[in-house]
Write a protein that binds this ligand. Structure first.
Ligand code: ASP
Ligand code: MG
Length: 384
C-alpha cells in the first residue's frame, strides 16, 4: 500500500504570533494525513538570537539584556494568548534560562564559537515548537501529540552553522522513532533548522534551513507529500517584493525550482529539493494565511518543450545578476538575443546559459537593479 503521509512545515511568518499559530493548527486539523509537523522559530527570532551573540561579544550588556527580554517576552505573550499549560510554561522557563545563561557566557568570554551560536540559535525553534505542540494538544485532543527533539533525528557532520545532513542516519532515526507509530493517532511535532553531530552537539543546517529539515524527514519517512507553508501562495514568476504584477506558478519541476533557489530566489532554501527528488516526493508551497488559494506543486515532471517560468535576482561580490528559469532553455534558437532585445543590450550583459536558466549581468552604472528586475519581468511576460 502506498504511504499517504504528509510532512508539513510552517515557516517563521506562519507561526509569528498566537493567531498565526491557530491558523496553522487549523490546517493540520483539516488534514488527517499530516503526520509530522516541522516548525521554524517565530518570525525574526533567529535574527534576534544573532543579536544576542553580537551584543554579548562586544560587551554591550544593556543591548544584550534588551534583546534577551524581547525574545522571552514575545514567547511568554504567545503562551498566554494560547492558554499554554502550566507544565509547558515551566519548560519554556527552562529554555529562557538557557538563553540567559548562554548570553551571559558569551558576554563573559567575549566570544561565541560556531558551536555556541548553533546552541543559541536552536532556542528559537525549541521555543516555538514547544508552544505549538501544546496548542495542538489543546485543539486536537483526539491526537497524541509527540514533541520530538529534531537533534535526535537530523544527524549531521560537525560543520556548525551549515552542517551537512547524514542521510542514512536520518533514515534510521525516522524508522525507529517515527515510523512505528505513524499510522496511529500520533502527530509528531519537531523543529526545523537544527540537528546534532556524532557527539550530540547541536548543529544547524544554515539560515532558512527549516525547509530542508522538512524534506529530509519527508525522505526519511517516505512521505507522499511535503508541504511548505509560508506567507506567499507559492512560487511566483518573480519575488513579489520586487515586482507588483507577479504570476503564481501552479506546477514546476524540482530542477527548475532548485535553479530558481540557487540563482537567488528566496522562496526555498537551495538544498530543499534534493531529498524529495531522490525519493520522488512532491513538494507543495502555499500560504498559511490563505490555505484555500492553492499554491505551487513541485514534482519530477518537466515540460517537453522550451518554456520560461520565472526570474530571480542574485547579488554577490561580482555584481547583480538576473536569471530566467525554465526548461530546454539551451535549445531555444537565438533566445539570448531575443531577451536582450527586450532588456536592452546596453544595460544587460549575457553571462551563461544551461538547460534550466539563462543569466544576464546588470550594468548597475546604467540601470538601477530594482528597475532592471522590473524590465526583466516585462521580458518574461512575453513568454508566460
Ligand atoms: N529559523 C531559522 C532562520 O530564520 C530557520 C528557518 O526559519 O528556516 O533562519
Ligand atoms: Mg524562516
Amino acid at each position: 500500500m502506498e504511504n499517504n503521509w504528509i510532512v508539513a512545515k510552517f515557516g517563521g511568518s506562519s507561526v509569528r504570533d498566537a493567531q498565526a499559530m491557530l491558523r496553522c493548527c487549523q490546517i493540520i486539523e483539516n488534514n488527517p494525513k499530516i503526520k509530522v509537523v516541522v516548525i521554524s522559530a517565530t518570525q525574526n527570532t533567529t535574527n534576534q538570537l544573532e543579536t544576542v551573540s553580537k551584543t554579548a561579544q562586544v560587551g554591550d550588556g544593556m543591548g544584550l539584556e534588551l534583546v534577551v527580554n524581547e525574545i522571552i517576552n514575545k514567547h511568554i505573550y504567545i503562551a498566554r494568548e494560547l492558554f499554554t499549560s502550566p507544565a509547558v510554561l515551566l519548560e519554556l522557563e527552562v529554555l529562557c534560562g538557557e538563553l540567559k545563561a548562554l548570553g551571559a557566557l558569551i558576554l563573559k568570554d567575549r566570544l561565541c564559537s560556531p558551536a555556541t551560536m548553533d546552541e543559541l540559535n536552536s532556542l528559537g525553534e525549541r521555543m516555538s515548537s514547544l508552544l505549538f505542540a501544546d496548542l495542538l494538544r489543546l485543539r486536537i485532543p483526539k491526537k497524541i501529540v509527540q514533541l520530538l527533539d529534531a537533534r535526535k533525528i537530523i544527524k549531521t557532520n560537525s560543520d556548525f552553522q551549515k552542517a551537512e545532513p547524514q542521510i542514512e542516519l536520518i533514515a534510521k532515526n525516522c524508522e525507529s522513532q517515527i515510523l512505528p507509530t505513524i499510522n496511529d493517532e500520533t502527530l509528531f511535532v519537531t523543529q526545523g533548522f537544527i540537528g546534532s553531530d556524532s557527539e550530540d552537539c547541536t548543529t544547524t543546517l544554515g539560515r532558512e534551513g527549516s525547509d530542508y529539515s522538512a524534506t529530509l524527514i519527508g525522505e526519511g519517512v517516505s512521505a507522499s507529500l511535503v508541504q511548505i507553508w509560508t506567507d506567499v501562495t507559492g512560487i511566483a514568476s518573480c519575488d513579489p517584493r520586487l515586482v507588483d504584477e507577479v504570476k503564481f506558478i501552479k506546477t514546476i519541476s524540482y530542477d527548475e525550482a532548485t535553479a530558481l533557489a540557487s540563482l537567488g530566489a528566496k522562496v526555498l532554501f537551495p538544498s530543499t529539493l534534493l531529498p524529495t527528488k531522490r525519493k520522488n516526493i512532491p513538494v507543495f508551497v502555499g500560504s498559511s494565511l490563505y490555505p484555500d488559494r492553492g499554491g505551487t506543486l513541485i514534482t519530477q515532471e518537466h515540460d517537453c518543450a522550451f518554456s520560461l517560468k520565472a526570474i530571480s535576482l542574485l547579488e554577490n561580490k561580482d555584481g547583480a545578476f538576473v536569471s530566467f528559469v525554465g526548461t530546454h532553455i539551451d535549445k531555444k534558437n537565438d533566445l539570448k538575443n531575443i531577451l536582450l532585445s527586450y532588456l536592452g543590450a546596453d544595460c544587460f550583459q549575457f553571462t551563461k546559459v544551461n538547460i534550466h536558466s539563462i543569466t544576464f549581468k546588470i550594468d548597475q552604472s546604467k540601470l538601477e537593479k530594482s528597475l532592471a528586475i522590473k524590465k526583466a519581468h516585462l521580458a518574461l511576460s512575453k513568454f508566460i
